[in-house]
Ligand binder design. Structure first.
Ligand code: AMP
Length: 219
């Protein structure tokens, strides 16, 4: 099962990907997570990516593509993958198509999570991540989150460096200019399901499962 999760920053791609991993048993490949892990480890890749991430800009296509295609070659991705945050430009989508044509089967499903941009600003600036369980929460939905404590495991929360309002607004503009055109790119394939991402994560996941069923993707 080869799946792409499409949608603006803050649409809930990461949250849905986590649930899909659990329900369908294929790996989530999040380019943002790969860059953040490299940044934390201080690798040359992480240091290069940081220049773009801190401003909310896209890391150059060639660099991202190389990383994703290497990752897709790892054994756990041989029976499928959920791409979260890739592709983010037409160049990346075309490179992915060529790669899949050479190396494995085509995409089975593109899940496009649609959310109003004004909702996204509030979601992203109030978003907090847990240092211990890597969970994602929000200061308005979880009472303990406003005190910096994870409601799931009691761990310490932090805010992603690119979740401040100025960077968030730039990320949304970059999404509109570079990534939103992918909706028209994928539409003719007939493999794209657009889902309303403004409702609760549980409700969104019901729609994701329905889209997986319609696409014939089984557990
Ligand atoms: P994310 O966690 O998906 O919001 O990604 C965080 C940041 O990583 C983005 O704002 C970009 O700077 C970078 N990034 C992640 N995925 C990509 C991609 N496919 N192409 C270019 N840059 C990316």
């Amino acid at each position: 099962m080869n799946i792409v999760l499409l949608g603006p920053p803050g649409a809930g791609k990461g949250t849905q990907a986590e649930r899909m991993v659990e329900a369908y048993g294929v790996p989530q490949i999040s380019t943002g997570d790969i860059f953040r892990a490299n940044l934390k480890a201080g690798t040359p890749l992480g240091l290069e990516a940081r220049k773009y991430m801190d401003a909310g800009d896209l890391v150059p296509d060639e660099l991202v593509e190389r990383i994703v295609f290497d990752r897709l070659g790892e054994p756990d991705a041989s029976s499928g993958f959920i791409l979260d945050g890739f592709p983010r430009s037409i160049h990346q989508a075309e490179a992915l198509d060529s790669h899949l044509k050479r190396e494995s089967g085509p995409l089975d499903l593109v899940v496009n999570i649609d959310v109003d941009p004004e909702i996204l600003v509030g979601r992203l600036t109030g978003r907090r991540m847990c240092k211990d369980c890597a969970g994602i929460t929000h200061v308005l939905s979880e009472p303990k989150a406003a005190q910096g404590v994870c409601g799931e495991c009691g761990g310490e929360l932090y805010q992603r460096k690119d979740d401040n309002e100025e960077t968030v607004r730039n990320r949304l503009e970059v999404y509109k200019a570079e990534t939103e055109p992918l909706i028209d790119y994928y539409r003719p394939s007939g493999k794209m399901a657009t889902i309303d991402g403004s409702v609760s994560p549980d409700e969104v996941f019901e729609e994701v499962k329905a889209a997986m069923d319609s696409a014939g993707v089984s557990k």
